[in-house]
Design a protein around this ligand. Structure first.
Ligand SMILES: [Zn+2]
Length: 275
């Protein structure tokens, strides 16, 4: 069975020290928010390996695909006239202006900026402090980790809750959504690479696993994408997988350490980066 949903953060901290195979569901403060975001839970999967302990998924109910807010139409999104992407400038750089909530500590800010620096070092994406740009992302300490898909126009929220979301890989994951990337396991050809075990997926979570009409940009399916869910994401039964890689079920999926080589390649392809 799932852990008591009232599990507290202190229990989470305790569990980080031991092996844990199942997600911990943490109720978040302020259940009712405006718009479509309400009664949210942080689903935290703790993975242990010899090298690291990481939070694998932070997400919230009532958001399509777990941590996406209102996807517009659709690895990357298809959209009319590429209007849902950020614009490349005359220097062949894609500037994504951002502002950051004052609720973050200087340590939080440095984690966020360090996550951004991977994009800067490997792609033509440049997250820059906003001056007066019309379209920008607003990084805020809301109830969960989530983002809109692609550029929506004007101010757009990216939420990194201070407790649970300010981690290198989670930040990259959400920023990649803001660049226009869907979850890897929902891409159009995923049935050749993973089996979705619907019997362990709650009805209200089924949309998180639905195939999307994605632009895969001639890149191969990537189990190691930072945009791939883990094997037991949203499972209703402890230890039962909701996503099983095929034909080799032992392949690792769902890392949240760093952008993969293919994640980087796709950003560069989508935005026409010259790198
Ligand atoms: Zn996501």
């Amino acid at each position: 069975d799932n852990m008591d949903p009232r599990a507290s953060l202190s229990i989470l901290v305790l569990l980080v020290g031991i092996s844990l195979a199942n997600p911990v569901r943490i109720p978040l403060k302020g259940f009712t928010k405006s718009g479509n975001i309400s009664k949210m839970w942080l689903n935290v999967h703790i993975f242990l390996s010899s090298k690291y302990v990481s939070l694998i998924t932070g997400s919230a109910e009532h958001l399509i695909e777990g941590d996406l807010v209102f996807p517009k139409t659709k690895n990357a999104l298809y959209c009319l006239n590429n209007n849902c992407f950020w614009k490349r400038n005359s220097s062949n750089l894609v500037e994504v202006p951002y502002i950051v909530s004052s609720e973050y500590s200087s340590t939080d800010i440095s984690v966020i900026q360090n996550a951004m620096s991977t994009f800067h070092n490997k792609t033509c994406i440049r997250f820059i402090p906003r001056s007066n740009q019309t379209d920008y992302i607003s990084i805020e300490n809301k109830d969960g980790c989530y983002s809109y898909l692609g550029r929506i126009g004007g101010k757009q929220l990216v939420s990194f809750k201070r407790t649970g979301c300010v981690y290198h890989g989670i930040i990259q994951h959400e920023l990649n959504h803001a660049l226009g990337f869907y979850h890897e396991h929902t891409r159009s050809d995923r049935d050749q690479y993973v089996k979705i075990n619907w019997e362990y997926i709650p009805t209200e979570k089924a949309s998180n696993f639905q195939i999307r009409n994605t632009n895969n940009q001639n890149t191969t399916y990537d189990y190691g994408s930072i945009m791939h869910y883990g094997k037991i994401a949203f499972t209703t039964q402890a230890g039962k997988e909701t996503i099983t890689p095929i034909p080799d079920a032992t392949v690792a999926i769902g890392q949240r350490q760093d952008l993969s080589k293919l994640d980087i390649l796709r950003i560069n392809k989508l935005y026409g980066c010259v790198v």
